[in-house]
Write a protein that binds this ligand. Structure first.
Ligand SMILES: Nc1ncnc2c1ncn2[C@@H]1O[C@H](COP(=O)(O)OP(=O)(O)OP(=O)(O)O)[C@@H](O)[C@H]1O
Ligand SMILES: [Mg+2]
Length: 372
């Protein structure tokens, strides 16, 4: 089992010392700080022990889903209780009166973490990258970018890659790869509790030309709506344990499926087009990402796709308007692309293939810069 970590945020030395001692007995690595730092929100602590004074200094903190906030309070007050509830605290300990409860709380959290691991796998341990392709505007190139990148990883860099079509729409991955199959990830629902690589390989299709595995969504979009967050999460985590890269083609809508995918991503690739509608959509999405702490571990990468000398906006303009650096620009080349898409042909043929047309060349460098 990988070691759990805790962060203690208080100026009170008595609390610091007694907590460190208890945590040591539980073999939990503890860090201490006298005040809150922004970076704490993004680090992977299982426990956040925070005193009330520090809590007040923290604006809009939401702990990552796999973390537990334990409030360290000096009095039983209604206002404090409410503040802890708002912060999503798992428990509040009144110090020093209730100090003895700490042992039980820590044991109970440990039990929960173990259980989560049993059903979801140990996410902090090893595992491949989860690359989610998202855009709040439809037709921006999520499916195309996701599949080109998957092919480059496999063909140029010999990585094991699985693509998961979570977007449940016609003209998705099945078209790009020319897959004629009716199996989908929904077929994994009955075996969800004991999901293994074997199950995934039975339902996914291996594309012989590229070596990519493709896991399609249900052909009937209404069915996709029945999908649970738990199923998506389990599929992603199982794939992650067995592939170098799990590539998610996400729907434009923010729903259970896209949320589960974004939440599991180690990297979110936001696909932007150089026009004002795309920028407006990006701003909405970005506000949402911030609210839900998505893509905040330095893991949001912006891809400007369909760049053309006559585009409404250039890379620099876009970067200025959204206040964020653009990680790469992918040029537009409609006519060169069509034959590949019509024939379901792979975008690269062999390791040394730099890409025969502009988007393929640009994607190849993006992979080297951002995904390796
Ligand atoms: N760089 C590019 N050059 C030329 N055509 C492109 C480029 N990027 C995407 N396209 C084309 O734009 C169309 C939309 O792309 P794609 O299907 O990948 O978008 P999407 O974001 O997945 O759309 P949806 O929201 O419908 O799922 C496709 O026909 C695709 O071939
Ligand atoms: Mg698509």
């Amino acid at each position: 089992m990988s070691q759990m970590k805790a962060i203690i945020i208080t100026e009170n030395e008595t609390i610091q010392h007694s907590l460190i001692e208890i945590l040591e007995a539980h073999e939990i690595e503890a860090e201490v700080n006298i005040e809150w730092k922004r970076s704490f929100a993004q680090a992977n602590y299982t426990f956040y022990f925070i005193d009330y004074k520090s809590l007040k200094m923290i604006e809009e903190f939401t702990a990552p889903a796999s973390s537990f906030i334990i409030g360290m309070s000096s009095e039983r007050s209604f206002d404090e209780g409410r503040a802890w509830m708002r912060a999503g605290a798992y428990d509040v300990v009144v110090y020093p009166d209730e100090q003895s409860r700490l042992n039980d709380i820590i044991s109970s959290v440990k039990g929960k973490v173990e259980k989560q691991k049993e059903s979801f796998g140990d996410t902090t341990f090893g595992g491949g990258q989860v690359n989610a392709f998202y855009s709040a505007k439809g037709g921006s190139g999520k499916t195309l970018m996701a599949s080109m990148i998957a092919q480059s990883l496999q063909i140029h860099h010999d990585k094991r890659v699985i693509l998961i079509d979570l977007s449940a729409q016609f003209g998705g991955l099945e078209t790009v790869y020319g897959v004629k199959d009716s199996r989908s990830y929904l077929d994994l629902q009955p075996v969800m509790q004991e999901l293994s690589l074997n199950h995934i390989e039975n339902v996914a299709t291996k594309d012989e030309e590229t070596g990519n595995y493709i896991l399609l969504g249900p052909a009937n979009p209404a069915k996709a709506e029945e999908t649970s967050e738990e199923l998506i999460t389990k599929i992603i985590r199982t794939c992650r344990a067995h592939f170098d890269h799990v590539i998610l083609d996400l729907p434009t809508a923010i729903n259970t499926i896209s949320f589960a995918g974004l939440n599991e991503a180690t990297k979110i690739h936001y696909i932007l087009n150089p026009d004002s509608l795309s920028l407006r959509s990006y701003k909405h999405a970005n506000a949402l990402f911030e609210r839900f702490q998505l893509g905040n571990r330095g893991s949001l990468s912006i891809l400007l796709n369909r760049v053309h000398p006559k585009s409404e906006l250039g890379q620099k303009d876009v970067s200025k308007l959204i206040g964020k650096e653009i990680d790469a620009s992918i040029r537009s080349d409609y006519f060169a692309l069509q034959p590949y898409l019509n024939l379901g042909d792979s975008f690269y043929k062999k390791e040394k293939d730099k890409g025969q047309f502009k988007p393929a060349k640009d994607v190849r460098s993006y992979v080297e810069k951002v995904l390796l």
